[in-house]
Write a protein that binds this ligand. Structure first.
Ligand code: SF4
Length: 330
């Protein structure tokens, strides 16, 4: 019987799940992904996490609970850094400890540290450590990782071409159609676990899609552009998320290639509170691009979010129709 590895559908999930799913499947493990976020997962997460934690961490804990009795291992790596000389949120670094502290009766966690600030040799050891939970054969682990990288690159290329991952499935949003100037082109930004989790984002992407919006996300611009623009900042941004978003905001202010920006932020997120302010300053004030901030937490009501989205789309419609006579503040 194959070993069951549970992958929680939260935090880094929408960035990396094709990589880790393929990796473990190539090692003959059975991969179980937690259910899409729902009321029960949210409630369990809220009940089993300290109040001060942000909503995405509470949701992540809810997903771990969903997998608790169905997996032999749960995949909760300790992510210190995803790029050299950069860091990610401290909550990612302490995630395995936080999960173990909050939830009782868990199977063992796959809690290997991922740290791109260490040497390349360390990265190879890291991959072996992930594989050793299933098998001790280094050659097989190498092969599984090469296959996983291939799938991961295909996934990232698909996003670049306009295919968005919603709830773990690649759902084609624009059907390959050529962009029509009459259609509103809106950039949706924020953490991937806020954008692509339909429950916590209150189905934002599908709502925009139903309104005929052409959705773009920073990954579609291309990292070469984002990195080049981020390099023009006075000081290097050492948070990977901040660098990605600020590079995007400078690019947008320069090209003015979208009709509006919607930023989804989590209540209680320290990084969002700074990045969202800087992003807004760049894109709205310097780029004159309409900007909508949606802050979500476990108490956010859908009706209020719907009204704000509708008003924002109407404002963009008017702005497009009557040229630039309406202010970027709506
Ligand atoms: S970056 Fe913000 S939302 Fe994400 S885990 Fe850290 S505190 Fe939470």
């Amino acid at each position: 019987m194959s070993i069951k590895v549970g992958i929680p559908r939260g935090l880094w999930f929408y960035d990396y799940y094709p990589l880790w799913k393929t990796f473990y499947e190539c090692l003959d493990a059975e991969v179980i992904i937690s259910k899409p976020t729902n009321r029960k997962i949210l409630d369990q997460g809220v009940k089993n996490t300290v109040d001060e934690a942000c909503l995405p961490v509470k949701i992540f804990n809810g997903h771990v609970i969903d997998l608790k009795d169905r997996a032999d291992y749960i995949f909760v790596p300790k992510m210190m850094s995803a790029y050299e000389r950069e860091y990610i949120c401290p909550k990612f670094c302490g995630l395995p400890e936080m999960v173990l502290h909050s939830i009782e009766g868990l199977p063992p966690l796959i809690d290997v540290e991922i740290n791109f600030n260490k040497s390349r040799k360390n990265m190879a050891d890291t991959i072996y450590k992930f594989g050793f939970y299933i098998i001790k054969d280094k050659r097989k682990i190498n092969r599984a990782y090469c296959e996983a990288l291939k799938n991961y690159r295909d996934y990232k290329n698909a996003i670049k071409k306009g295919i968005l991952p919603i709830d773990g499935d690649l759902t084609e949003i624009n059907g390959g159609k050529i962009y029509d100037r009459k259609i509103k082109k809106i950039m949706v930004i924020g953490h991937t676990y806020n954008i692509y989790d339909s429950y916590s984002s209150m189905n934002l992407l599908n709502k925009l899609k139903k309104n005929g919006v052409h959705i773009i996300v920073p990954e579609m611009i291309g990292f070469e552009h984002i990195n080049r623009h981020a390099a023009t900042l006075d000081k290097k941004m050492f948070w990977s998320f901040g660098r990605k978003l600020l590079g995007t905001s400078i690019y947008l202010a320069e090209t003015r290639d979208v009709d509006g920006v919607i930023y989804i932020s989590s209540f209680g997120c320290g990084i969002d509170s700074i990045i969202q302010y800087l992003f807004e300053k760049k894109s709205r004030k310097e780029g004159e691009i309409p900007f909508l901030l949606l802050t979500i937490d476990e108490h956010t009501g859908e009706a209020g979010i719907n009204t704000r989205i509708e008003a924002f789309l109407d404002m963009i419609e008017w702005r497009k129709r009557y040229e630039n006579n309406i202010s970027t503040y709506g």
